[in-house]
Design a protein around this ligand. Structure first.
Ligand code: GDP
Ligand code: IMO
Ligand code: MG
Length: 431
């Protein structure tokens, strides 16, 4: 029986972890954020309502679950309290039976935010950070100059600190006791494997360990207590922020020039139609633009357009290995509908050599050229598919090929943003 599951992003973030966590949370007792801070943006769509969480675990929309912001995270008190108050306005009762924060999480202070400003700081600009103070806060933690949340709430009399105080606990004991009692625990990853400070495309990464190991240090749970690791991947790839992206379609400059969602919204239908026509005529930039428009690939946190590209099976296989994934969830399969041909990157060519291993040297990775395999696409709308068999044959074949290349079973397929647009194909590693 599976009692503990880590959900981890397999790419560069925004894979749909929030949606998958919300789906799995139905059967969980505890949902825990273990790394990152409000650089994350997790979208959950329930009963036609869209929730966007930055810090609070996506399990909060369910009744009767304990949500935990654990020690591996960095917490901006203002953002946390705003998020709590927004939920309260919607009628959610938030108390320590529903949400707790680790006394050992670190505090994002105004100075961290000021420093991490891509408009002012050339380094933050070079990385393309979310500007939320994440890097400077983790730096101070590692330099042993940081402020833990326990110290923050003790030393401040502000309204914000007062609001947080009853929610601050030594969460490692609570989590381990729950595991001992047989409760089901879901660890909600933020960011993604390729943004991991150790395993990602350094320096174009975040400042924590979003990978499965981070769920252990980030909560105080030992490795022998983990039953399953589910990696979430989009059926294609996106990246927001700077850094190498071998399967990118079009250039980062072209994408950034398109501007934020509000600039596209009014002309959406025509832009989508134009993108599909040009994509199917073979224009790579428009293939990427089609994914961006159809997948609404605009940052939850910053509104920035996300860079888009084909599924990178070389990077995906690396993510499977680094995290020890027991199965994978493929999201946003519906977005590929309409494209006549779909490509999968099966190897890289770099400096005249072919490799199927991910390249850890970031400068070398930036020179890698993807080697593609091409598969036929499908025209049918798959948003209502309820089983693998409901999917068009070409979509089934595409998924089977991804499984082969990742050398891992697919457990979940997502065909739309809603909770009911989720197909379980293998529940061996689920609750
Ligand atoms: P996260 O950071 O990994 O939680 O992902 P985000 O929430 O930042 O981005 C994923 C976006 O895709 C959100 O707007 C989701 O509502 C949406 N989404 C999730 N799964 C699907 C899917 O299968 N199809 C479509 N069309 N949208 C999805
Ligand atoms: P979720 O959890 C996508 C990216 C930023 C930037 C780099 C460093 O929603 O998947 P940071 O502010 O962390 O110092 O920025 O990491 N990044 C994300 N990209 N999704 C996220 O979270 C991200 N969190 C950070 O865009 O490239
Ligand atoms: Mg996100």
């Amino acid at each position: 029986m599976v009692q503990t599951i880590i959900v981890v992003g397999g790419q560069w973030g925004d894979e749909g972890k929030g949606k998958i966590v919300d789906f799995l949370a139905e059967r969980a007792d505890l949902v825990i954020r273990y790394a990152g801070g409000n650089n994350a943006g997790h979208t959950v769509v329930v009963n036609g309502k869209k929730f966007k969480f930055h810090l609070i675990p996506s399990g909060i929309v369910h009744e009767g679950k304990l949500n935990i912001i654990a020690n591996g995270t960095v917490v901006d008190p203002e953002v946390l309290v705003e998020e709590i108050e927004n939920l309260e306005k919607m009628g959610f009762k938030i108390d320590d039976s529903r949400l707790i924060i680790s006394s050992n999480a670190h505090t994002i202070l105004p100075k961290h935010r000021e420093e991490d400003n891509p408009k002012k700081d050339p380094h933050a600009k070079m990385i393309g950070t979310t500007g939320r103070g994440i890097g400077p806060c983790y730096r101070d933690k590692i330099a042993r100059k940081g402020m833990r949340i326990s110290d923050y709430v003790e030393s401040s009399n502000s309204k914000i600190a007062e609001k947080m105080k009853p929610l601050v606990k030594d969460t490692c004991f609570i989590i381990n006791e729950a595991i001992e009692k047989g409760k089901k625990v879901l660890f909600e990853g933020a960011q993604g494997t390729l943004l991991d400070v150790d395993h990602g495309t350094y320096p174009f990464v975040t400042s924590s360990n979003p990978t499965a190991g981070g769920a252990l240090t980030g909560t105080g749970v030992g490795p022998t207590k983990i039953d399953a690791v589910i990696g979430v991947f989009k059926a294609y790839t996106t990246r927001v922020g700077a850094g190498p992206f071998p399967t990118e379609l079009g250039t980062e400059e072209q994408t950034n020039k398109e501007g934020t969602w509000d600039k596209i919204e009014n002309v959406y239908d025509e832009a989508l139609k134009e993108a599909l026509e040009k994509a199917n005529a073979g224009d790579e930039y428009y293939q990427g633009k089609y994914m961006r428009l159809k997948g609404k690939e605009y940052g939850t946190t910053t509104g920035r357009p996300r860079r888009t590209g084909w599924f990178d099976a070389v990077a995906a296989r690396y993510a499977v290995v680094i995290n020890g994934m027991s199965s994978i969830a493929i999201t946003k399969l519906d977005v590929l509908q309409g494209l006549k041909k779909i490509k999968i990157c099966v190897a890289y060519e770099v400096d005249g050599k072919r490799t199927t291993n991910f390249i850890l040297n970031t400068k070398k990775l930036a020179r890698a050229k993807p080697i593609y395999e091409e598969m036929p696409g499908w025209d049918e709308d798959i948003g209502d598919a309820k089983s693998f068999e409901d999917l068009p044959r070409n979509a089934q074949n595409y998924l089977k090929r991804l499984e082969d290349l990742c050398k891992t079973r697919i457990s979940i397929i997502s065909v739309g943003p809603r909770r009911d647009q989720t197909i379980v194909v293998d529940d061996n590693n689920l609750f």
